[in-house]
Design a protein around this ligand. Structure first.
Ligand code: NDP
Length: 356
């Protein structure tokens, strides 16, 4: 079957692309420019010599009718995985132009093109976020559990003056738009969303490491590796809930062709899995990244910051509470542990640096 993968040069999407090809799907990937496709083609030629794939240029997902030409050309697309969305803080334009417009217009424009031209599309998977689930005002409150059924109550008016809040609001509003769209248009295709919290883990291809800055979440491990023993903090930030990029990719591919995933929001978390309810392993802060690195790579002891928080359990208890039983019951998966995710991400960075 033929699958469209938007934003296929992204951190998450490159893992999705790999898993789609390994599963035998034919892939049409959108990228912003041919320059972005070139290094991917080189890697795929090595890893998937018999894989069926091609790239199409969609320079700006937020432009009106951005995806029309793609769907007019590829009338046999059966599945659409929409991962493209801006995710880098420190962009230069207004929060509206950096986040809200690309995220919501991008999602709308894919869905509109499918509605118009994607007659054979059966199922769409949209990469949403834990940002669309989380009730941040209930952080530290163990009586409020964020899960596949909860929604971030934030409005654009509350978010627009702050870049981080704008990102979270843009993801919530883009996901909501998708669910509303299929209802309002009586769409024949079905929808599933993947709602990852902070995504860690290795880049699919090490050319990703050569970029000036890594994607925000992947860069936390990089930053921790670059600390020195006299680093003064902050240790409590960044903090949040985490998952592994390889699990996120799996949750994009697994639902294809399976009715039980229609209408579901899938929520991966480090250390969770089918058959046991243990939800502590996915809570992280910078302190935990530093400590974990020294456990997984003992040679880093005495080189990077040892951390600075005495009772980190108490610190982590201030974060949001969550569960993902719907996801683990449905998928029967066991997700990567925080330690394995951090280990693999760090190993890739350290090996890459040693090879330079
Ligand atoms: P990346 O920045 O690596 O990937 C985003 C992709 O979208 C890139 O290929 C990027 O292209 C493309 N893109 C962004 N804006 C536009 C635009 N206006 N027009 C065309 N293409 C665009 O980030 P991730 O892989 O982490 O993110 C993928 C998805 O996962 C996003 O939807 C993100 O919101 C979501 N997500 C990520 C989390 C994380 O912690 N990483 C957590 C939760 C959700 P280019 O690189 O050329 O700009």
């Amino acid at each position: 079957a033929k699958v469209l993968l938007t934003g296929s040069s992204g951190f998450i999407a490159l893992h999705v692309l790999d898993q789609l090809l390994a599963a035998g799907y034919e892939v049409v990937g959108t990228v912003r420019s041919d320059e972005k496709a070139e290094p991917i083609r080189k890697e795929l030629a090595k890893e998937h010599p018999n894989g069926k794939y091609q790239f199409e240029i969609v320079a700006d997902i937020a432009a009106p009718n951005a995806f029309d030409a793609v769907f007019q050309k590829h009338t046999d697309l059966k599945y659409v995985l929409h991962t493209a969305s801006p995710f880098s803080f420190g962009l230069t334009k207004s929060n509206e132009e950096n986040y809200l417009i690309p995220a919501t217009h991008g999602t709308k424009s894919v869905l509109e093109s499918i509605q118009k031209y994607g007659k054979n599309v059966e199922h769409v998977v949209v990469t949403s976020s834990f940002a669309a689930i989380v009730n941040r005002d209930r952080s530290g409150d163990a009586s409020f559990i964020n899960d596949e059924k909860t929604w971030n109550p934030i409005t654009w008016e509350e978010a627009h003056n702050d870049a981080a809040l704008s990102y979270t609001a843009s993801k919530k509003l883009a996901e909501k738009l998708a669910w509303d769209f299929i209802k309002e248009n009586n769409s024949t295709f079905k929808l599933t969303t993947v709602n990852p919290p902070y995504v860690f883990g290795p880049q699919k291809y090490s050319f990703g490491l050569a970029r000036a800055s890594l994607n925000t979440s992947a860069d936390f491990v990089n930053k921790a590796l670059k600390t020195t023993t006299d680093y003064k903090g902050p240790f409590a930030q960044p903090a949040g809930v985490s998952c592994d990029v390889r699990d996120v990719a799996k949750l994009h591919v697994l639902p294809l062709g399976k009715e039980e995933y229609h209408g579901q929001r899938l929520f991966p978390i480090n250390g969770t899995g089918y058959g046991y309810e243990e939800y502590e392993d996915g809570k992280f802060n910078f302190e935990r990244i530093l400590r974990t690195l020294q456990e997984t790579h003992p040679e880093l002891k005495g080189k990077i910051s040892p951390g600075g928080i005495k009772d980190n359990e108490a610190e982590l208890a201030k974060l949001t509470y969550y569960k993902n039983k719907i996801t683990t019951d449905l998928t029967k998966l066991k997700f990567y542990t925080f330690s394995d995710t951090i280990h693999d991400a760090a190993k890739q960075i350290l090996d890459f640096e040693a090879s330079q």
